[in-house]
Structures are given as structure tokens and as C-alpha cells.
Design a protein. Structure first.
Lengths: 423, 187
């Protein structure tokens, strides 16, 4: 029949649909037989985990929204009602609130995986940049969600973060008034944050789709960081990686469930169980843990505009990372110096996290400055220069050879390895 | 556009192509202007609404404010500090050398003439918007006797001027006027 897709599915119903809208063929191609490098380790689970997490956030969020009231005089009480009176409301809220933490844990591991194995390098630059967009949208979503329960931290967190925009020269104050819809964080602010908090996760779904679409053009990177050379280097996604992902999902759900059931308030500030009071600032304003490194960078310099620029700059460097790292070798496994500096960077970021949780006094100021300095040094100076100086270890000839020979190292024949060709 | 027209007309392209290019450009520009015009109501709807703007004045009775103390009143949803300054505080504020200030301003320009004991400032730290402490004499007022911001440590003097960072500017003085000796109207 002209104009219809030719479908190979035997089931007549599926076949009928597939000939008219070949979604089954597409799923089969992209998730069934999709050729995937056969040497993934468990770090390759975290993308799938992030997707599951997004689904969990949307599912719990929709049901929370059925009982939540976005009004300054009712928001706090409506959340308490969810916790006490709504059937399983406590579960919905604890899953949603801790889900945000799980989402960032998973995503940060996913990002550092990319940093270690050079997944941001050609030809996956755009894939990486879409990932950075996902991170930004996630941050905006989580920030606005945290405002909704309208506790003290909600209110003052919203005040401090929206005030960041007042650092913009000339128009800053107008931008902040516009964001607030008034002259302080108030009911109009809460209303629009609820609206946007509802919308952005669905925007995320769209951006994640682009992320996956780009991934399925270039194919996945792998722990060796070398290109797939032949079908021998790959396995069909199903059942091999559907199974491996399932194992990861079980472990992830165990951790998630343990958090929700045994320590649901671990990541929550006690201060946020006090209703918002616009006339009293809590003695200590600490953002959610996943923002702490950025908060530390914000406070690293004694200048308002400078701090704001550095904070946004910390993400901006990730955008241009594919061009900052000049080494053609992807995996840190074959980069003896980068392999160590990766850990130094990780330590710097974790240090920034601790600094962000403390008042900027004494040793914390010094640590914050040193770690901030190192963060930018790593991306802006070390990576561009290191790529030119470092002598990479010989790369294996193909993914299959070290795998089938049982060892991780290159075969003698691979010693004369050519540098990675640019795909 | 007026310039590019004749230039392309006697260029190498056929005149048909040029005309089509021109039409595409005009259509595109028209659509862009239209989209902008449609976007503006959406964007402006997020600005303060008429009812928010309407709530813009507050009257304060000064009589109950003890010497040396300050009270907080709410104006446009923001806290405003009204402080009854002691003679020493007024003198201290007036005699500071301007070149030691991060945001130079004379004390006389921040109070009303003849009512120097009353300082009225918006109680919002100009750094990132926390509310400084120091209204009560028992609270920490920082090294300059005014206010101290607990968030990132900014300090203000008895004229509400910033004396220690990270805040970049002085506490703002809202528009206000005396209505009799012991009453002011803010806004
Ligand atoms: C990217 C996905 C999402 C993230 C990272 C996220 C994050 C958050 C966070 C951190 C909170 C505050 C939790 C608390 O302390 O109570 C929250 C609250 C809330 N979220 Fe989400 N959220 C997401 C998706 C959604 C969606 C899709 C909806 C609705 C369709 C939603 C509706 C709500 C509601 C109604 C609240 C207030 C109730 C509460 O505080 O628990 N969220 N969200
Ligand atoms: S908000 Fe006052 S010092 Fe930062």
C-alpha cells in the first residue's frame, strides 16, 4: 500500500498500528537491537536512573498538586495537611522531596562519569551541551519547588536567589521586581513559581528527548573511550543493557526507599518547618545540599556582581568544556596526569560543598577561595594546556581485544596504537 | 533596506530572486514584530499588578518609639526601619569622613531637616535581601552601631550606610513625609 510503513511485527494489532505510525519499529531500532558498546561498567546506568527519577518526580508531583494550595496564607498548611490528613500524602511528599535529592545525586554522578571518560569530546559535544541545559532546568525546577511549602527557608532562599539578579547593572532592580511581581517575594511570586514548577519538568522531558536523540546519532561512549570499530564491539541493547539497567534500578530504588522510610528529613532543613515570616531572617540561610558548591562560589569573592558572575561562570565553563579540553584521548584511563587531576577537581567541588554549608568566616573563607580558584584553573588553564603536554598511554586497538583477551590493558600489538582519530 | 534594494537589483541575480528575497525578509520581519507584540502582554503580566501598586503607602506613629530603639513597619511588603537616634548617634553619623564610605552619602541627605533624630530606611540588606538585625539595643549592631546583616556579615552605621561588605550600597531611604510632629507617611 502506498504511503504505509512496512512493518515486520507478527501481532496483527501491533502491525496495523506500526504500518500507520511506526513507533514499534522505532522502539525496536532504538532500544531493542540498538548496537551498544559491550564494555559498559555500572557508571553507564545513571542516565537511565535519571530518566526513572524524572518520571517519579512527575508522578508524585501531579498528585501533590491535587492537594497543594499556592497561596501565601494557605501553602504551608496545605503541605502539613498533605503530611497528616491526605491518604499516603506523607509518602507522596517524602518521595517527591527526597526524589529531588536522589535526582541530583544521580545526575552529578552521571556528569562526573562524563568528565572521567571524556564523553563530552567530539563527536558528542552537542549531546554534552544539551546535558548542561538539563542541569540548568533541573536547578530552576528544584529551586522553585523548594519555595512551594512556604517555610522560612523557602521564603528566604527565594529572596536571596532572586536578589542575585539585582547584581545586573542598570536593569537589575527592574528584573527582580518583575520576577517577584511586586516589591518583595510574596503571593504573586509563589503563584508563578508553582506554575513554572509544574511546567518545567515537562520541558525537561522534551530536552531529555533531544539528549537521547543526539545520543542515538553518535552512539554511546564507553570506559575505554575508543570508537566502536565493528559489530563485534557491540551488543544489542535488549536484553543485555535492559538487564544491566534493571539491576541498577533495583539498587537505586533500595537506596531511595531507605532514604524515604528511615531518614526522610535527612536533607531537609528544620527551619523549613517554620512558616515563612517576611520580617525575620533565619540566623543561617543554607540552600539545599545540591546547590552548596555554587553557593560557596557565589560567596568566594567580596563583590556582589563578581560573585554572581563566578557562580554562573561555573556552569558556563561546562558549556564550552568540549573546546577547553584539547586532548584527543577521551578516557582518563589512558591519560596518566588527567586521571589524577580529575580527583583533585572532585575534591575541590566536594570542598566547595562543605564551604557552602558554613558561615563564611575564618578557614571557610580561605578554603572557599582556594577551591573556587582551583575549579576555574582546572577548566580554563589545566585542561587546555594538559592536552598538549600529556603523553597518553597507548590505546587498545578495539573494544573487543582487551575484553576478549581477559585483561584491561592493551595487547602488545596495540602498543603502536595510533592516536584517536577524530570521528 | 532602501540601500540594499538598488544594489541587489543591478547585481548578478535575476530580478525575480531579489524580489522574493525582499518579500521573505519583510514577511520575516513582520512576523517577528508581531510575535514581539504578542509576547509583551505575557511578559508585562508578570510585573506588579494594579492592586499591588495600590498598597503603596503606610502611616507610622512615632510617639511610642523609645530613644535608641527602632521599629519595623511594613511598606509594600517590605520591612522599613524607623529609628529614634540618640544625640551621640546623630553626631557620629554626621561627622564620618566621606572618603571612608563605600557608598558616600551625607547623613543630612538621609534624614529630614529639623528631625534628625528620625532615621527611616528600608530594612533590606542591599547585598541579597536579608533583614539586618540591630533594631533593639540588645541585638548585635556591628562595629558601626547601626545594623548587622546575619546572612553574609554586612554592617551598617547609624545613618544606615554600608560600612563593611559584601553589601554594595546603603540601606535605601524610602519616600516619606511628616504629617505633624509624631506621624510620618511612607510612600
Ligand atoms: C524535575 C522534576 C522535579 C523536581 C526536581 C522537583 C523538586 C521539588 C522540591 C525540591 C520540592 C520541595 C519539597 C519540600 O521540601 O516539600 C517540590 C515541591 C512540590 N512539587 Fe516538585 N519537583 C519536580 C517535579 C514536579 C512536578 C512535575 C509537579 C507537578 C506536576 C510538582 C509539584 C510539586 C508540588 C505541588 C510541591 C509542593 C508540595 C511539597 O512541598 O512537597 N513537582 N518539588
Ligand atoms: S544579604 Fe546581607 S550580607 Fe548578604
Amino acid at each position: 500500500m502506498a504511503g504505509l510503513h512496512k512493518s515486520d511485527f507478527a501481532n496483527p494489532v501491533i502491525n496495523w498500528i506500526d504500518t500507520r505510525l511506526p513507533i514499534f519499529t522505532m522502539m525496536q531500532k532504538e532500544y531493542g537491537v540498538f548496537p551498544t558498546p559491550k564494555n559498559f561498567n555500572y557508571f553507564w546506568n545513571f542516565g537511565a536512573l535519571a530518566m526513572i527519577n524524572l518520571v517519579i518526580m512527575i508522578a508524585t508531583g501531579i498528585f501533590l498538586a491535587m492537594n497543594y494550595t499556592p497561596h501565601v496564607s494557605m501553602a504551608f498548611d496545605s503541605v502539613e495537611r498533605i503530611m497528616r490528613d491526605v491518604n499516603y500524602g506523607w509518602l507522596l511528599r517524602y518521595v517527591h522531596a527526597n526524589g529531588a535529592s536522589m535526582f541530583f545525586i544521580v545526575t552529578y554522578i552521571h556528569i562526573f562519569r562524563g568528565l572521567y571518560y571524556g564523553s563530552y569530546k567530539a563527536p558528542r559535544e552537542l549531546l554534552w551541551m544539551i546535558g548542561v541545559v538539563i542541569l540548568l532546568v533541573m536547578m530552576a525546577t528544584a529551586f522553585m519547588g523548594y519555595v512551594l511549602p512556604w517555610g522560612q527557608m523557602s521564603y528566604w532562599g527565594a529572596t536571596v536567589i532572586t536578589n542575585l539578579f539585582s547584581a545586573i547593572p542598570v536593569v537589575g532592580e527592574h528584573v527582580v521586581t518583575w520576577l517577584w511581581g511586586g516589591f518583595s517575594v510574596d503571593n504573586p511570586t509563589l503563584n508563578r513559581f508553582f506554575s513554572l514548577h509544574f511546567l518545567l519538568p515537562f520541558v525537561l522531558v522534551g530536552v531529555v528527548f533531544l539528549h537521547i536523540a543526539a545520543l542515538h546519532v553518535t552512539g554511546s561512549n564507553n570506559p575505554l573511550g575508543i570508537d566502536v570499530k565493528s559489530p563485534q564491539d557491540t551488543l544489542p541493547f535488549h536484553p543485555y543493557y535492559t538487564m544491566k539497567d534493571s539491576v541498577g534500578i533495583c539498587v537505586y530504588l533500595l537506596v531511595f526507599a531507605a532514604l524515604v522510610c528511615f531518614a526522610p528529613n535527612l536533607f531537609m532543613a528544620a527551619e523549613n518547618y517554620i512558616p515563612a515570616n517576611p520580617l525575620v531572617t533565619p540566623s543561617e540561610i543554607v540552600p539545599e545540599w545540591y546547590f552548596l558548591p555554587f553557593y560557596a562560589i557565589l560567596r568566594a569573592v567580596p563583590s556582589k556582581l563578581g560573585g554572581v558572575l563566578l557562580m554562573f561562570g561555573a556552569i558556563a565553563v561546562l558549556f564550552v568544556l568540549p573546546w577547553l579540553d584539547t586532548s584527543p584521548v577521551r578516557s582518563a584511563k589512558f591519560r596518566p596526569i588527567y586521571r589524577n587531576l580529575f580527583w583533585v577537581l572532585l575534591i575541590a567541588v566536594v570542598t566547595l560543598g562543605f564551604v557552602g554549608a558554613h558561615r563564611p568566616e575564618g578557614i571557610w573563607v580561605v578554603l572557599g577561595r582556594v577551591a573556587t580558584f582551583y575549579y576555574f584553573l582546572h577548566f580554563l588553564v589545566i585542561l587546555p594546556v594538559l592536552g598538549k603536554l600529556e603523553r597518553p598511554l597507548p590505546l587498545p586497538e578495539s573494544i573487543s581485544r582487551p575484553v576478549t583477551s581477559g585483561g584491561g590493558g592493551p595487547l602488545p600489538g596495540g602498543a603502536a596504537a595510533k592516536p584517536m582519530e577524530k570521528a | 533596506m532602501a540601500n540594499s534594494m538598488p544594489a541587489t537589483a543591478d547585481g548578478q541575480h535575476g530580478s525575480d530572486v531579489t524580489k522574493r528575497d525582499f518579500l521573505k525578509l519583510v514577511t520575516g520581519a513582520g512576523a517577528l514584530v508581531g510575535a514581539g507584540a504578542l509576547a509583551w502582554p505575557l511578559i508585562d503580566s508578570m510585573n506588579p499588578s494594579a492592586d499591588v501598586l495600590a498598597l503603596s503607602s503606610t502611616t507610622v506613629d512615632l510617639a511610642p518609639i523609645q530613644l535608641g530603639q527602632a521599629i519595623t513597619v511594613v511598606w509594600r511588603g517590605k520591612p522599613v526601619f524607623v529609628r529614634h537616634r540618640t544625640p551621640e548617634e546623630i553626631k557620629g553619623a554626621a561627622t564620618v569622613a566621606q572618603n571612608t564610605l563605600a557608598d558616600p552619602a551625607l547623613d543630612s541627605a538621609r534624614v529630614k531637616k529639623g528631625a534628625e533624630q528620625w532615621l527611616v530606611v528600608v530594612g533590606i540588606c542591599t547585598h541579597l535581601g536579608c533583614i539586618p538585625i540591630g533594631n533593639k539595643t540588645t541585638e548585635a549592631r556591628g562595629d558601626f552601631g547601626g545594623w548587622f546583616c546575619p546572612c553574609h556579615g554586612s554592617q551598617y552605621d547609624t545613618s544606615g550606610r554600608v560600612r563593611h561588605g559584601p553589601a554594595p550600597a546603603n540601606l535605601a531611604v524610602p519616600p516619606y513625609a511628616f504629617e505633624g510632629d509624631t506621624k510620618i507617611k511612607i510612600g
